[in-house]
Design a protein around this ligand. Structure first.
Ligand SMILES: [Zn+2]
Length: 215
C-alpha cells in the first residue's frame, strides 16, 4: 500500500511492467522543463537502445557538472573555479555591470554581443506576494561589489514586469542611499510590459539597452 501511495499515478499506465529503476529515472526526467511522461520514457529507451555506453556517458557528464560547477563567487554564473569566464576575462570592462535575474537572462544579453562589461545574477526578483525579500536574492552581495570594485555603471536588466520594476527601483534606491557615485540605468523602450529578458529577440534587446534610461 505504501509503495502504491508514493508512486505517481501515471506509473500505472505508461510504465507498467518496467523495472523500478527505469520508472524512477523517468520520474526524474519529467521534472525537467518541457518534458512530459512520453518524452521522458522515450529518452530513457533511447539511451538503453544505444547500449549502456550512451547512458554512462550521460551519467558521467551529469556527475562532472555536479562535482565541478559552482556559482561564481562574484557574479553567480556557473563556474568551474572561483571565478566564471566573464569575471576572469581581463578584456571585459569590470566597471560596467549588467544586473540580471537569471543565468538565462545573462545569456540573452550576452548573445546580443553589444555589452562588454560583467554581470551580476540576482537569482530572481523581489516579490512581496511570493515572500521574496531583497535579502533572499544576491542583492546584499551586489551592494558590496559596487562598494569594493569601483563600479561606475549599473544596467539593471530585470524583467519588464511589476516585480522586475520593483527590483530595479530597489537597487537604484539602495545604491543612492549608500551614497555611491554610480550611474544606474535600465533598458528602455521596446521591451513589452511583462516580458522576461531571456525570451526577447536580440534586436529588441540591443535597442533597449542602447537607449537605456537613468533610474
Ligand atoms: Zn562571474
Amino acid at each position: 500500500m505504501v509503495a502504491e501511495a508514493v508512486r505517481p499515478r501515471w506509473c500505472h499506465s505508461m510504465n507498467k511492467g518496467l523495472p523500478e529503476s527505469i520508472v524512477r529515472l523517468v520520474g526524474e526526467l519529467r521534472k525537467l522543463p518541457g518534458v512530459g511522461e512520453k518524452t521522458a520514457l522515450r529518452y530513457v529507451l533511447h539511451m538503453l537502445s544505444g547500449g549502456m555506453n550512451r547512458a554512462s556517458d550521460l551519467s558521467a557528464a551529469l556527475v562532472e557538472v555536479i562535482d565541478r560547477v559552482r556559482p561564481c563567487s562574484r557574479c553567480g554564473f556557473p563556474a568551474e573555479g572561483d571565478l566564471c569566464g566573464f569575471c576572469s576575462d581581463q578584456t571585459r570592462d569590470m566597471r560596467s555591470v549588467c544586473v540580471v535575474e537569471s543565468v538565462g537572462d545573462l545569456l540573452a544579453v550576452e548573445r546580443m554581443g553589444e555589452f562588454h562589461g560583467v554581470y551580476h545574477i540576482l537569482g530572481g526578483s523581489v516579490s512581496a506576494l511570493r515572500g521574496i525579500t531583497p535579502e533572499k536574492l544576491r542583492i546584499p552581495e551586489f551592494a558590496r561589489r559596487v562598494e569594493q570594485e569601483g563600479i561606475r555603471e549599473v544596467i539593471v536588466a530585470t524583467g519588464a514586469d511589476a516585480e522586475g520594476e520593483t527590483t530595479a527601483l530597489y537597487i537604484s534606491k539602495m545604491l543612492e542611499s549608500r551614497g555611491l557615485q554610480v550611474r544606474v540605468t535600465r533598458p528602455a523602450t521596446g521591451i513589452p510590459m511583462g516580458s522576461s529578458i531571456e525570451y526577447l529577440d536580440g534586436v529588441t534587446l540591443m535597442r533597449a539597452i542602447r537607449a537605456r534610461r537613468e533610474l
